[in-house]
Write a protein that binds this ligand. Structure first.
Ligand SMILES: [Cu+2]
Length: 287
């Protein structure tokens, strides 16, 4: 089996079990070749592109190393007491200019394809608008009653008491919630300085700029809790304005929306109940 296939299978297996128990799947992990678990078509393409580049870069490194070794042995002073006076070889120069150009064109084609795939928003089911502040994110649901709330990082002292998530410097008091399967259009902006709404598992890293409305999109079928961070140096608490997104079943999302329109803090109970039931299911299936 090819290495990338093994890595892909491992990643898929991790994704599946993680989603099945509704534990975080979007947490950075150590010792992997791929950047993160991928759960959207965009990130799938980015990971595939990354893997393809690894093979190309690897082949170039091996080729250059082999050339160096060959030159060191073939043209060493001991074997060549009379140095060659050779200079310029038109064919060779055309080749070592032409082949790198062809390699770059070969890389550029899928690269631009991914850029446009990210850039062109497909028919979206609904829109969420996020605004970056020093130092938290606000989320607005204009297609679901227009309620808005702020997501603040949960401090270390309060982590243990948080009902479903305890990822240091990543857990927020209120999460952004979306239903599995929906195509979501994200509007991204900022109110004070430049921030960046980054969600690695979704393949999103979008600048949040005051006075400008950027947009991006994602679509995922994999339920779970995903984490990201502000990725633009925005001030002293830049590292402490994380992003937490919950992908839940449609009925849980509908219940959360109904509750959040009244009181977004009370809507947390919907999520807690959902994760309790998932945990109970897991325990029952383990017995
Ligand atoms: Cu920021």
């Amino acid at each position: 089996m090819r290495l990338s296939a093994i890595i892909g299978a491992l990643a898929a297996a991790t994704c599946f079990t993680a989603a099945a128990v509704a534990t975080p799947v979007g947490v950075p992990t150590a010792d992997t070749l791929v950047p993160t678990n991928s759960v959207t078509p965009v990130m799938d393409q980015i990971v595939g592109f990354n893997n393809m580049l690894l093979w190309i870069v690897g082949a170039i490194c091996v080729f250059v190393l082999a050339l160096l070794v060959w030159v060191m042995l073939r043209f060493r002073a001991k074997a060549n007491p009379e140095p060659s006076k050779t200079s310029h070889n038109t064919m060779l120069e055309v080749i070592w200019t032409g082949i790198p150009i062809l390699i770059l064109v070969f890389i550029a084609v899928p690269s631009f394809r991914i850029l446009y795939f990210q850039d062109v928003i497909p028919e979206a089911d609904f829109t969420i608008k996020t605004t970056g502040y020093q130092w938290n994110w606000s989320y607005e649901y204009p297609d679901h009653g227009g309620f808005t709330f702020f997501a603040n990082m949960v401090e270390d002292a309060d982590l243990a008491a948080h009902p479903y998530s305890a990822e240091r410097n990543l857990t927020t008091d209120l999460p952004m919630v979306v239903p599995a399967g929906a195509t979501v259009r994200m509007e991204v902006t900022a109110a004070d300085v430049i921030h960046n709404w980054a969600m690695p598992a979704f393949g999103i890293k979008m600048d949040a700029i005051p006075g400008r409305l950027n947009e991006t999109w994602f679509q995922t079928d994999v339920e779970g809790i995903y984490y990201g961070q502000c990725s633009e140096l925005c001030g002293v608490r830049h590292a402490f304005m994380p992003i937490e997104v919950h992908v839940v079943p449609q009925d849980v999302f509908d219940a959360w929306i109904a509750a959040a329109n009244d009181d977004v803090y009370a809507a947390q109970d919907i999520l807690v109940a959902h994760y309790d039931s998932v945990r109970a299911l897991r325990v029952a299936s383990a017995q």
